[in-house]
Structures are given as structure tokens and as C-alpha cells.
Ligand binder design. Structure first.
Ligand SMILES: C[S@@+](CC[C@H](N)C(=O)[O-])C[C@H]1O[C@@H](n2cnc3c(N)ncnc32)[C@H](O)[C@@H]1O
Length: 199
């Protein structure tokens, strides 16, 4: 059965009876779900989405989730994202830098169920660490690491290893999966916040 959500179409995806096909070639989270990764993402979840771009994936997320905060720092895609939000009252666009969570900390609620991260920037693991403050203790980070955004000259496996090592300081990694054949040189990571050490 094909992955699909109910909502207004956004990127020319095929639709039938109000359902819109979630294209795993256009979406890292779609690829994670298509590949059977255990994401823990459930209907009604509160979500922080980092790297929303013009809303391809976050539109599907908002079709299923509860409050969904969509962070994107490039003004051009945010203009398209605003249109995507018009038919989705639970989707909140934020023109902000995911490396500066304090700039949206007053808007985004705490104890969210899920962070989805797909930011094309260096320091992707650090971005995940900095945004961990928004996750509930049993929440899930659904991170897609793009090797080429870190260093085009390095072997992707070395980039992934280093990113996982960085993540381990604040997260317990529950699963990883390369996103081939949908996305080359991307590693999907499912992780949950580490409990703070007992005093
Ligand atoms: C691969 S695209 C995201 C695609 C989108 N997640 C989707 O599936 O529909 C990566 C996005 O990350 C955004 N980005 C990169 N660095 C960022 C940052 N520091 N803060 C917020 N957005 C950032 C880029 O502008 C770009 O739109």
C-alpha cells in the first residue's frame, strides 16, 4: 500500500478521494517510513520540523500530526510554505535559524513528541542537540543527515560516524538506516533524549 495522507495537494503529487501520495523520493521522512524504520510517529503528535523548505514533507506531517512548528531560514521557500499553511490550521511557519533555538523558544511549546530534522547545513548533529530542549523525555528525534552538507570531500561513512558520536552526548540512538535508493548519501537516525544523570 502506498504512503499517503489526507489534505490539500502541495507539490503536484497524485491524489485520489482526498488522499495525497507521500513521495519518498521527495521526502527523507517519507523514505524512512517507506523503508519501514520504526519512527514512533503517531497521529496527533506535537512536532517541531527543522528545515521545512516550501513544505513538501511538513505538509504531510501536519495532515497527520497535532501542532506542527515548521522552522525554515530561507525567505523564498517560506513564502510558499505560507500557502501550504492556509489549509492547515495546526501548521505554524517560523522564519528562523534552527541553530538559534532561543529565537523561537517563546513560540514553540515544550514536551513535543517528535523533532523531524532535515536541514542542509554543517553541524547537523549540533542542531539536533540544541533543539533537544523541545522534546518530551520519551520523544523521538527523526534526523536525516546529509553527508555532503558536512563535507563533500569526506567519505559519507566517516561523516555519519562523527555525527552519531556527537549525538550520543544527549540522545540514545534507537536506529539508523541509509536512505538509498531514495536519497543518496543520507543517513536516517531515530533517537530519544538521554535521561539526565541522577544527582
Ligand atoms: C533538503 S531541504 C528540506 C526539504 C524539506 N525538509 C522537505 O522534505 O520538504 C533543506 C532545508 O534546510 C534549510 N536550512 C538550512 N540550514 C538551515 C538553518 N540553519 N535553519 C533553518 N533552515 C535551514 C534550507 O534552507 C533548506 O530549505
Amino acid at each position: 500500500m502506498a504512503l499517503a495522507t489526507r489534505g490539500e495537494p502541495v507539490y503536484g503529487e497524485p491524489t485520489a478521494d482526498g488522499w495525497r501520495r507521500w513521495d519518498p523520493h521527495r521526502s527523507k521522512l517519507g523514505a524512512m517510513l517507506e523503508l519501514g524504520l520504526d519512527t514512533g510517529f503517531e497521529a496527533g503528535d506535537g512536532v517541531l520540523y527543522l528545515g521545512a523548505a516550501s513544505g513538501t514533507t511538513v505538509s504531510h506531517v501536519a495532515d497527520v500530526a497535532g501542532p506542527t512548528y515548521a522552522v525554515e531560514f530561507a525567505p523564498r521557500p517560506v513564502r510558499d510554505l505560507l500557502t501550504v499553511c492556509e489549509s492547515r490550521p495546526n501548521l505554524f511557519p517560523l522564519l528562523a535559524d534552527a541553530r538559534q533555538p532561543a529565537s523561537y523558544g517563546h513560540v514553540v511549546e515544550a514536551n513535543l513528541d517528535v523533532i523531524v530534522q532535515d536541514v542542509a547545513t554543517t553541524g547537523q548533529a549540533t542542531v539536533a542537540l540544541e533543539n533537544a530542549r523541545f522534546l518530551a523525555p520519551d520523544g523521538r528525534l527523526l534526523l536525516s543527515i546529509k553527508a555532503r552538507s558536512e563535507d563533500v570531500t569526506r567519505e559519507p561513512s566517516a561523516v555519519f560516524e562523527e555525527a552519531l558520536e556527537t549525538l550520543e552526548s544527549s540522545y540514545e540512538v534507537l536506529g539508523t538506516r541509509k536512505l538509498d535508493p531514495f536519497h543518496e548519501d543520507h543517513l536516517a537516525v531515530v533517537a530519544t533524549p538521554r535521561a539526565p544523570p541522577a544527582e
